[in-house]
Design a binder for this molecule. Structure first.
Ligand code: PLP
Length: 392
């Protein structure tokens, strides 16, 4: 791979190695274990004296190609592919936290990330403080002598507020903390947190990276030093590694990442403008709109605003639910980054692990809806929304 290659070229070619069959598409290595030439060789591999595969939970050629490709795209030393996005979040946090430690995170994150921090980690005596990451003074004020990690998504689920990655990386360095950013909504094509000084980037590869709605997977990108713990201690022992078949499907999906992300952004920009102009929509959250607080980061931190839009209807809970049920073309489903346009209701779906009070603090109202704008013709997407809005 040439250093000078653009990301659109890298999504196709980065991480590939010649294979002995000459196949254009890297063969899928669907094997749980690997045979040693001799007992001595097996011992040498376990001792780390000889390179080579041992057992797929510790490494696999198909998985390794995916890991090389994502590491190249994110600009990290290395990457580890995981069984899900949540496995990636868990591995990054468990590698850097232990009993008595403290974590500072943004007060709106994906619902299961919130539950992981507040329920699972809490069981092991790890404390979390959630603050508004738009206010850097709040982050600073939350840091204590036992804080080890600072975590956020940007744009954040579901309001798409954008946080300043340069400032977050600088706070982390100043206090000797490990910074972790969930880059799922952006993909490395739109935002590369490591280039802003962030230590660890995680993805739900279930979303845009795979892009076809047929895989649950995740990725953690980090330095070699971090990866020694994330991959060869935490993931090895927890076992939340990716299946080689899923890694192979993501490698296939990645080849079209650049064209897919461009189309998602083109469509979402038009849909956001349409929604903003509609009288039955009271508020649209999309960083590509000038009215959104995240718009100032366009260009300098994120290339484009992505394919996810949140909006509030001028309606109560009952009418908001009726709108979802009435909407044609969109599937009612909680994911994003698929070819199909999707709609979901954060308060009762993705963010249901939040209590009513926590939802109120995070601004997740009953009339807030989130859509993942798909790859269909944008005229059809807008016509479907228009029709359901008119019926409200
Ligand atoms: N991070 C974000 C921003 C998400 O939206 C999700 C899932 O929706 C996850 C992490 C978890 O990913 P997965 O469902 O692959 O475990």
């Amino acid at each position: 791979m040439r250093e000078s290659w653009q990301l659109a070229t890298q999504v196709i070619h980065a991480g590939r190695e010649p294979n002995e069959t000459g196949a254009l598409v890297s063969p899928l290595c669907q094997s749980a274990t690997f045979v040693f030439d001799s007992a001595e060789q097996g011992g040498a591999r376990f001792a780390g004296e000889e390179a080579g595969y041992i057992y797929t939970r510790l490494g696999n050629p198909t998985t390794a190609e995916l890991e090389r490709k994502i590491a190249a795209l994110e600009g990290s030393d290395s990457a580890a592919a995981t069984a899900s996005g949540m496995a990636a979040v868990s591995a990054a946090l468990l590698a850097n936290l232990q009993m008595g430690d403290h974590l500072v995170a943004s007060n709106a994150v994906y619902g299961c990330t919130f539950a992981l921090m507040n329920s699972q980690l809490a069981k092991f005596g790890i404390e979390v403080t959630l603050v508004n990451f738009c206010n850097l003074a709040e982050i600073e004020a939350a840091i204590t002598s036992n804080t080890k990690v600072i975590f956020c998504e940007t744009p954040v689920n579901p309001h798409l507020e954008v946080f300043d990655l340069d400032a977050i990386a600088s706070i982390a360095k100043q206090h000797n903390l490990v910074s972790v950013v969930d880059n799922t909504f952006m993909t490395p094509l739109l935002q590369q947190p490591i280039k802003h000084g962030i230590d660890i980037v995680i993805h739900s590869a279930t979303k845009y990276l795979n892009g076809h709605g047929d895989v649950i997977a995740g990725i953690v990108c980090a330095s070699h030093e971090q990866m020694d713990v994330i991959k060869y201690e935490v993931l090895k022992d927890i076992g939340a590694v990716i299946s080689p078949h899923d890694a192979w499907l993501i490698l296939r999906g990645l080849k079209t990442l650049d064209v897919r992300v461009s189309r998602h952004c083109d469509n979402a920009e038009k849909v956001a403008q349409f929604l903003e102009a509609h009288t039955k929509v009271s508020k649209v959250y999309y960083p590509g709109l000038r009215s959104h607080s995240g718009n100032e980061y366009m260009g300098r931190q994120m290339k484009r605003a992505g394919g996810v839009i949140a909006f509030e209807l001028d309606a109560d809970l009952q009418d908001s639910i009726a709108f979802i049920n009435h909407l044609e073309l969109f599937s009612i489903a909680v994911s994003l980054g698929d070819a199909e346009s999707l709609i979901q209701h954060p308060a009762s779906m993705t963010h249901s692990p939040y209590s009513e009070e926590q939802r109120a603090r995070a601004g997740i109202t009953d009339n807030l809806l989130r859509i993942s704008v798909g790859l269909e013709a944008v005229e059809d997407i807008i016509a479907a929304l228009d029709e359901a809005l008119t019926a409200l």
